[in-house]
Design a protein around this ligand. Structure first.
Ligand SMILES: CC(C)(COP(=O)(O)OP(=O)(O)OC[C@H]1O[C@@H](n2cnc3c(N)ncnc32)[C@H](O)[C@@H]1OP(=O)(O)O)[C@@H](O)C(=O)NCCC(=O)NCCS
Length: 214
């Protein structure tokens, strides 16, 4: 079994631990060692698993280790990954829950992604690195999702959509076909996106409209 640790000891981190457990039920793959988190005291026990240290502690490690970054916020996730890339002992596997449906036809998924239970990814789709698709998302044909984007539960992305880097999509949002979402844009929970959105805005509502730029 390969050793794996989770960055982020919060709620999503515990859900990713569940994902690893469910992958292991289909054939032991990963030995879970514990969490690393800058905001939680080393030695804290979370559901019988230990917080082993901070990100800096992990950077010093000279052991070959698989790391999964269980942080929903795209910018924080990216900053942590950029730090960890300095340690060549660290590998970033993609975790895919056994219930996920992925079409056989021309789907590519990069490294460090987390694809949670119930998600469906159809055909001719490119998913780059460190993308999170939380529970029960759907990704339609000919869509491209760039690195560090995070999708909360039950987001539906239609066909031919382009999602740029570090986009965050709140739970239950729907993005209709042939749209483009600019880099670092945030889409509110429950939004229906009916027109392309520019970069670095927060858009909410039905239809989704930018309410601020950042
Ligand atoms: C869109 C979002 C990021 C905005 O957060 P924010 O930048 O802190 O903005 P605020 O909370 O100050 O809200 C600004 C305004 O937008 C409204 N608003 C916020 N989120 C909204 C949403 N999803 N739909 C409609 N209106 C929303 C607020 O009521 C507020 O309106 P007001 O100015 O009339 O009072 C956040 O509300 C959201 O939807 N996050 C997604 C959370 C999620 O999916 N979590 C999943 C965890 S698994």
């Amino acid at each position: 079994m390969e050793k794996i640790i989770i960055i982020g000891a919060g709620g999503f981190g515990r859900e990713v631990k569940m994902l690893i457990d469910q992958m292991n039920l289909k054939g032991n793959k990963y030995e879970f060692l514990g969490y690393f988190d800058d905001g939680v005291k080393t030695g804290t026990i979370i559901n019988n698993n230990e917080v082993l240290g901070s990100i800096d502690d992990l950077l010093k490690s000279d052991e070959k280790i698989n790391v999964i970054v269980a942080i929903g916020s795209p910018d924080i996730k990216k900053k942590i990954v950029e730090k960890l890339l300095k340690n060549s002992n660290i590998a970033f596997p993609t975790l895919i829950h056994p219930s996920v449906i992925i079409g056989d036809e021309f789907v590519s998924i990069g490294k460090g992604c987390i694809i949670c239970a119930g998600t469906i990814i159809t055909c001719n789709i490119i998913i780059k690195d460190f993308v999170i698709l939380n529970l029960m998302c759907t990704v339609g044909h000919d869509t491209t999702i760039h690195s560090f984007a995070s999708f909360m539960p039950s987001v539906n992305i239609s066909g031919e959509v382009v999602i740029h880097e570090e986009v965050y999509v709140g739970t239950g949002a729907k993005i209709i076909n042939q749209l483009e979402i600019g880099e670092q844009t945030i889409i509110g929970a429950g939004a229906v996106v009916s027109k392309s959105l520019p970069e670095r805005c927060t858009a909410v509502g039905i239809p989704a409209k930018p309410i601020k730029y950042h």
